[in-house]
Design a protein around this ligand. Structure first.
Ligand code: IPD
Length: 259
């Protein structure tokens, strides 16, 4: 019900600030990292933040499911999807550009999404049908209509082969858009919602990296792919989010369809 979602919304915005503050305190101290695999970083802070979030949600909403980047879980009818630190490679190298990302999914629909950047104290929040906000101010995607003034973020990982990414990169560059990669997909999506960039594309993302951001972009008036409709909660998948004025160009260049 709407009251149940109100309760979850209140918890989410307070909890993600607490989680971000924990990450930011740890960032200030030299922490070190391990490798989970090639180009896949893990810091002790990832685990600490995820434990804080998981334990709190379990206590307050024992009936909800949990799916986290570090501790896994099983997606159910209602599930919290958590990335304790998105941009771990930045965090591990002491580059101050990372965030915490939490989404709440019910009946395979994105219902709540929050992304918190503790470095700049920017809290992004969206609720299905109710708009997208940064620190309480409503945000909209950019009015950009031409590739020649567009800025697009392309993300990648070792999960997809280089040749495939290089093809998409060359097609996006071919449109005339500027391409960047700031290495946190969640914040990259929040920046599209906020009109700071015009599109975000990546050929495979996990649900914890992108669900909160996709809801933000949709609620801010952007075009997004159908991540959950294509089984994204179970297996992850391709992600595209774009300002409407450049959406068709980005769909053509990336080969990722709109919802
Ligand atoms: C990664 C980041 C990166 C994206 C990768 C993700 P992590 O998440 O979002 O920008 O390109 O696909 O795996 O490991 O920092 O949580």
């Amino acid at each position: 019900t709407s009251e149940d979602l109100d309760r979850r919304e209140k918890t989410l915005v307070a909890l993600i600030r607490e989680a971000g503050a924990l990450a930011q305190r740890a960032f200030a101290i030299e922490g070190g990292f391990e490798m989970k695999g090639p180009q896949d970083f893990l810091t002790v802070t990832d685990a600490a933040v995820e434990t804080l979030v998981r334990e709190r949600l379990k206590r307050l909403f024992p009936e909800d499911g949990f799916l986290g980047e570090e501790s896994g879980g099983t997606p159910g009818e209602a599930v919290w999807v958590v990335d304790p630190i998105d941009g771990t490679a930045n965090f591990a190298r002491r580059i101050p550009h990372y965030c915490v990302s939490i989404a709440f999914v019910g009946g395979n629909e994105m219902l709540l999404g929050a992304i918190y950047d503790p470095v700049h104290d920017e809290l992004y929040f969206a609720r299905a049908g109710r708009g997208a906000f940064r620190n309480g101010m409503e945000i909209r995607v950019a009015p950009t209509a031409a590739a020649g003034s567009a800025c697009v973020e392309l993300g990648w990982s070792t999960r997809i082969s280089n040749g495939v990414y290089l093809d998409v990169l060359s097609k996006i560059l071919g449109t005339g858009a500027n391409v960047r990669r700031a290495a946190t997909g969640a914040l990259g999506l929040a920046y599209v919602a906020d009109g700071r960039s015009d599109a975000y594309a990546e050929l495979h993302m996990h649900p914890w990296d992108c669900l909160a951001g996709l809801l933000l972009v949709r609620e801010a008036g952007g075009v997004v792919c159908d991540f959950l409709g294509r089984d994204g909660l179970e297996s992850g998948g391709a992600v595209l989010a774009a300002a409407p004025g450049v959406a068709d160009l980005m769909i053509a260049a990336s080969g990722i369809e709109r919802a």
